[in-house]
Write a protein that binds this ligand. Structure first.
Ligand SMILES: NC(=O)c1ccc[n+]([C@@H]2O[C@H](COP(=O)([O-])OP(=O)(O)OC[C@H]3O[C@@H](n4cnc5c(N)ncnc54)[C@H](OP(=O)(O)O)[C@@H]3O)[C@@H](O)[C@H]2O)c1
Length: 340
């Protein structure tokens, strides 16, 4: 099957060119968003590649290796051209026990190299396109972590260095060690803290953004309602924005957004994605579609053009400060260097 070019964005001054929308694979593994279907997950990755999506985001701790093995299967069974075009972004550092519990973070240089060695085996590749610590390790200077990835770049095992959920000072320190392609960070209509200090610094330093949580993990997708019940093993059942009255208040915002979407002939999810796309050419949203149907809907956002009046209407419907609840539970918020 031939691939169709999608609009492209370059990740920073030194990073790779990628499709304007990427696919995030996290929800395709267990212990994240409840059950997922392996065959449909592989079919969704294939459909993404065949539609021209090139950026695929995973993490070694998503299902403790499960997500990388899934990607390996999808790449092995994809067309050679699609496989060739794929830009694979991998996060590392989060430590998990066999029951999936979160037991710490390790971004010491030796851990970086070991983690990559295992990742390459699981992916069945000889390099990773973008390699990034998922969080700042509070016990390891970022210079040491980035220095270790730079050694892996020099040895040909990694093409580009990325960061995730770190703040302005850490970005500057990291960029002083080696070129940084992109920062991965939550960015959505209701998650705009990145705009305060972080975006000005990434723009000054020529670092791109891969935005996640653009649909606020489904909250801004238009597919949830007051009757939606989340399984106990679904990460979102412990997330403040999905809890009790917060959930209802946030769905009130979605109801307002739906009116704007209907007037544009688009879906709620498409408007939420198009809004992030419109925040700058340096931003590539990574969408967590787990099914082909959701992927197709997300890709439709690339056909939605928003003028100033549309942007004002969207921001009036969903004022960022109106969101109820933080983006993570307190213990996970404490791990975000980006929120300090
Ligand atoms: N760096 C970090 O710290 C970090 C953190 C989290 C995620 N990420 C990356 O970012 C990716 C995306 O993040 P995310 O999953 O949190 O956020 P998301 O894209 O905001 O939300 C994805 C969820 O929304 C639901 N959804 C409903 N309609 C959809 C549609 N039209 N298209 C896509 N999804 C729709 C999906 O559930 P259904 O399938 O049930 O519809 C899915 O579970 C992850 O896969 C991961 O690669 C990075």
């Amino acid at each position: 099957m031939t691939t169709t070019p999608l609009p492209q964005r370059r990740l920073g001054a030194t990073g790779p060119q990628v499709s304007a929308l990427g696919l995030g694979l996290m929800g395709m593994s267990p212990l994240i968003y409840g059950d997922s279907d392996r065959a449909e997950s592989v079919a969704t990755i294939h459909a993404a590649l065949e539609s021209g999506v090139t950026l695929l985001d995973t993490g070694d701790f998503y299902g403790m290796g499960h997500n990388e093995l899934l990607l390996n299967e999808a790449l092995r069974t994809a067309s050679p051209q699609a496989r060739e075009n794929a830009v694979i972004s991998v996060k590392f550092g989060a430590q998990r026990g066999p029951d999936g519990s979160w037991v710490g973070f390790d971004a010491r240089p030796a851990a970086v190299k070991t983690a990559l060695a295992y990742t390459l085996q699981r992916l069945g590749t000889d390099h990773v396109d973008i390699y990034r610590p998922a969080r700042l390790d509070p016990n390891v200077p970022v210079e040491e972590t980035v220095g270790a990835i730079k050694e892996l770049v020099d040895a040909g095992y990694v093409r580009h260095i990325g960061l995730s959920e770190v703040g302005a000072d850490t970005i500057r320190r990291a960029a002083a060690v080696a070129p940084i392609a992109d920062l991965q960070i939550e960015y959505a209509l209701i998650s705009r803290s990145v705009e305060r200090e972080i975006l000005p610094v990434t723009r000054e330093l020529g670092i791109g953004i891969t935005a996640y949580g653009v649909l606020s993990r489904g909250l801004l997708s238009g597919h949830m309602n007051r009757e939606t019940k989340l399984a106990a093993d679904d990460f979102r059942s412990h997330s403040p924005r999905f809890a009790g009255e917060n959930f209802n208040r946030n769905l009130d915002l979605v109801d307002q957004l739906r009116k704007v979407a209907e007037a544009k002939g688009a879906t709620v999810a498409q408007i939420a994605i198009a809004w992030v796309l419109a925040r700058g050419e340096d931003i590539a949203p990574v969408i967590g579609a787990r099914r082909r149907e959701r992927l197709a809907e997300s890709l439709g956002a690339l056909d939605v053009s928003l003028d100033e009046a549309d942007l004002a209407a969207i921001e009036a419907a969903v004022p960022a400060e109106a969101v109820a609840g933080e983006r993570y539970a307190p213990d996970q918020m404490a791990m975000l260097d980006s929120e300090k």
